[in-house]
Design a protein around this ligand. Structure first.
Ligand code: ARG
Length: 478
């Protein structure tokens, strides 16, 4: 941002004021250092507004042509950096009006008719977010693909399934990885829902009551790729649900990344040794030469804190805020930008870490039956033979206690010991004491049977293809 202060700073509200604002107020009030990134969206709205003014007979055709040319020129100047805001520009709208007046003289001052920064800023932020959510979905789809690929490459690897972080029942390692993909797929589809609700144009609401000029908000909305224009001008300038809802979507993505990150941290430990991270996605220690640290996974865990914080900031700012526009609403942007920026830098790193990690399939599979993980299968086998589950649970519980006392596995108990532990435990129960059998038996929809997991991979691949397509279709306003 340029530090040069023009001799007479342009303000959008000077008329009734004597003298300029106090430096302390100007410093507090300024938002241009963060809302400048809305510039191209503000100009998009300006083009649409210029056309509507022309239709309303408030700009003649010649003026419209000059206005559109100047807006294009200003857009290019913003993009190539030859036009930048100064410290005297309060916000992006002020800076761009200055740029327009520099190009057009008094004609530049006509564009503001029927429009307020209140409807403008709400429109700009929606446009910006709708475009960037597409980018976010692209990054999410890449992560989904990386996880599905790892699952696909290790489709047959059994793993200990855990509850309470204790061995519970064997599952396919792929089934576990795909559970994370299911969460990210919901995140993407939640953003579709968000987009549908965000596709409402506030333009035309003016400060809060609409305009007495014969504008056409429906046409403006359509030109900007919105599905409709706001049904209530007060709501149009007061509503920041789209910011809060996006912050929630981002926070939940953060929480999902954090849960994945925590597992990666665990899986890389000496105690687990399930995976090894590629050198490119691990870091060393400045003192301990042997260390290889999972910083990407830890940052995924850590950054969820700020994502939840951004949601809290927006909700807290909105709570108790009277209708319609209040300056508090200016605080909507930084948390939204931060959540977006955080995810756009975090997701590629997590994706890279997942795509390049080495999975120790033999070690994971060797741990699958440990911790008496097949006990439930024995109990369910007894149920199939007509034993009430309550009794079956009790009998197998005693079997586990016996094994623990004799320091052996379920498979090591001989026939007579089985019979001694419980009359229900006939030698046939041994038939279910295999990890493969336990996996194959869970063949209902949603189960970990290899067949079902294969179908799940195919289902997710086609869902992810839809995600990529949605993100590539681009925001309607792009
Ligand atoms: N910078 C302001 C914001 O982000 C723009 C709207 C200012 N409106 C006003 N009435 N002061 O909310």
């Amino acid at each position: 941002m340029s530090e040069s202060v023009p001799t007479e700073p342009l303000r959008l509200w000077g008329g009734r004021f004597e003298g300029g604002p106090a430096d302390a107020l100007a410093a507090l009030s300024a938002s241009v250092h963060f809302d400048w990134r809305l510039a191209s969206y503000d100009l998009m709205g300006s083009r649409a507004h210029a056309r509507v003014l022309n239709k309303a007979g408030l700009l003649d055709d010649d003026e419209l042509a000059k206005m559109l040319a100047a807006l294009d020129d200003l857009d290019n100047a913003c993009r190539d950096g030859s036009f930048t805001p100064t410290v005297a520009d309060e916000d992006v709208h002020t800076a761009l009006e200055r740029g327009l007046i520099e190009r057009l003289g008094p004609l530049g001052g006509k564009l503001r008719a029927g429009r307020s920064r209140n409807d403008q800023v709400a429109t700009d932020l929606r446009l910006f977010m709708r475009a960037h959510v597409r980018l976010l979905v692209q990054r999410l789809a890449e992560l989904e693909t990386a996880l599905v690929d790892v699952a696909d490459r290790h489709k047959d690897v059994a793993a200990p399934g855990m509850t309470h972080m204790q061995h519970a029942q064997p599952v396919l390692f792929a089934h576990h990885l795909l559970a994370h993909v299911q969460a990210f797929a919901r995140d993407v589809e939640r953003l579709y829902d968000w987009d549908a609700r965000a596709a409402v144009s506030p333009l035309g609401a003016g400060a809060l009551a609409g305009s007495s000029l014969p504008l056409d908000p429906v046409t403006t909305a359509r030109e900007l790729g919105f599905a409709s224009s706001a049904a209530n001008s007060i709501d149009a300038v007061s509503d920041r649900d789209f910011a809060a809802e996006f912050a929630f979507c981002a926070a939940l993505i953060g929480v999902h990344l954090s849960r994945l990150g925590e597992e990666i941290v665990l899986w890389t430990t000496r105690e687990f040794r399930w995976i090894e991270l590629d050198d490119a996605f691990a870091t060393g220690s400045s003192i301990m030469p042997q260390k290889k640290n999972p910083d990407v996974a830890e940052l995924a865990r850590g950054k969820s804190g700020r994502l939840v914080g951004n949601l809290t900031a927006i909700l807290t700012m909105l709570k108790g805020l009277p209708l319609a526009y209040d300056r508090d609403l200016q605080e909507d942007k930084e948390p939204v930008f931060d959540s977006l920026d955080t995810l756009l830098v975090l997701l590629p790193a997590v994706t890279g870490m997942i795509a390049t990690m080495r999975v120790d399939a033999d070690r994971i599979a060797s741990l699958a039956p440990e911790g008496y993980a097949l006990a439930t299968d024995v109990a369910e086998d007894l149920v199939r033979r007509g034993v009430p589950f309550r009794e079956a649970h009790e009998a197998v519980g005693r079997l586990v206690a016996w094994c623990a006392a004799h320091n052996c596995d379920l498979t090591d108990v001989d026939d007579s010991a089985l019979r001694e532990i419980s009359a229900h435990l006939t030698p046939e129960v041994r038939a279910v004491l295999s990890v493969r059998g336990a996996l194959a038996a869970r063949s209902a929809r949603g189960g970990t049977a290899p067949e079902r997991v294969g179908e799940q991979i195919a289902e997710l691949r086609s869902r992810v293809a839809g995600h990529v397509e949605w993100s590539r279709a681009g925001s309607p306003a792009q």
